[in-house]
Ligand binder design. Structure first.
Ligand code: CA
Ligand code: CA
Ligand code: CA
Ligand code: CA
Length: 286
């Protein structure tokens, strides 16, 4: 009896009346329609589907590019400009605060990058190239040799090279420490003679594969070699600029490719190569 008293309200709820049966029947008719509209909504609002970018075609350089910060090499004239115009961190800015664009070329042993930047204040706050380098004015080159995508913050599945004004190149190591990779990128920048607001930043990049060993120097006898580039090769690539004009931390971070926010955060390139775009090396013209 004690058991019955304890459970009586539950048993009462289970007692079907004609009204309950009618309600249940209506629910069975309505529920499938509800779940089918829900599944359509869930698919179209899937925020973890990354943007799909049109690949950028990269022309072959008939001659080695002279890395002097002056873009008068003949081969640059047949490379297209691509914009750096997606705000990843910070409020909207005017074109004198920052505007930028870039070109790419390739030869068998080098990927060439020319970045044209207008930045009102060039600022290198921290001298040590491995400390807070993302808060200095920096061109950040994201490169995934085999276009695999995926996590890369503390591996070399992809690189996020921070190229600083003092020409030092920093990224995280497999030991989860910031280190320099100065042998990977040779760079020189200079101001345009006619319009000194404009800076040309030329780079020659050695493309290292995923199994790069950062406990050795880049050209150690036991180090993996940079890959030899060839026509039709596809790489993961993205470019960004960290702009600071005198603040404690960077004011803006502007990228070449839009990135979907996860929990409001679009700054995902330094750890996830899935947000990169792709470049395809065009065949050499004979
Ligand atoms: Ca040059
Ligand atoms: Ca600026
Ligand atoms: Ca990779
Ligand atoms: Ca700046």
């Amino acid at each position: 009896m004690e058991w019955f008293n304890k459970h009586v309200s539950f048993i009462t709820r289970l007692t079907f009346t004609q009204k309950h049966i009618t309600q249940a029947a209506i629910s069975l008719l309505v529920l499938p329609a509800f779940f089918s509209s829900y599944s359509v909504q869930a698919t179209t609002e899937d925020r973890f589907t990354e943007y799909v970018h049109q690949p950028i075609m990269v022309n072959y350089a008939n001659e080695k590019i002279n890395i002097d910060g002056v873009p008068n090499d003949a081969d640059w004239q047949h490379a297209n400009w691509h914009p750096i115009d997606n705000m990843i961190i910070g409020a909207a800015i005017d074109k004198n605060d920052f505007s930028g664009r870039y070109k790419l070329l390739w030869r068998e042993d080098t990927l060439y990058l020319l970045t044209e930047v207008i930045d009102d204040v060039l600022f290198d706050q921290t001298a040590d190239p491995t400390v807070l380098y993302w808060d200095d004015d920096t061109v950040e080159v994201f490169l995934d040799e085999d276009a695999s995508g995926g996590e890369h913050q503390f591996s070399h599945n992809a690189f996020a090279y921070h190229v600083a004004l003092d020409r030092q190149v920093a990224d995280f190591s497999t030991q989860k420490q910031a280190m320099t990779f100065n042998e990977h990128i040779t760079t020189v920048w200079s101001r345009d003679e006619a319009n000194p607001q404009k800076v040309y930043w030329e780079m020659a990049i050695k493309v290292f594969p995923d199994n790069y060993n950062d406990s050795l120097t880049a050209f150690d006898d036991h180090q993996v070699s940079p890959v030899t580039l060839s026509g039709n090769k596809k790489l993961g690539f993205m470019l960004a600029y960290c702009d600071n004009d005198g603040s404690k931390t960077r004011e803006n971070f502007i990228g070449s490719h839009p990135i979907k926010a996860v929990n409001g955060d679009m700054n995902r390139g330094y750890k996830d190569a899935n947000v990169f775009g792709h470049i395809i090396l065009t065949n050499k013209q004979n």
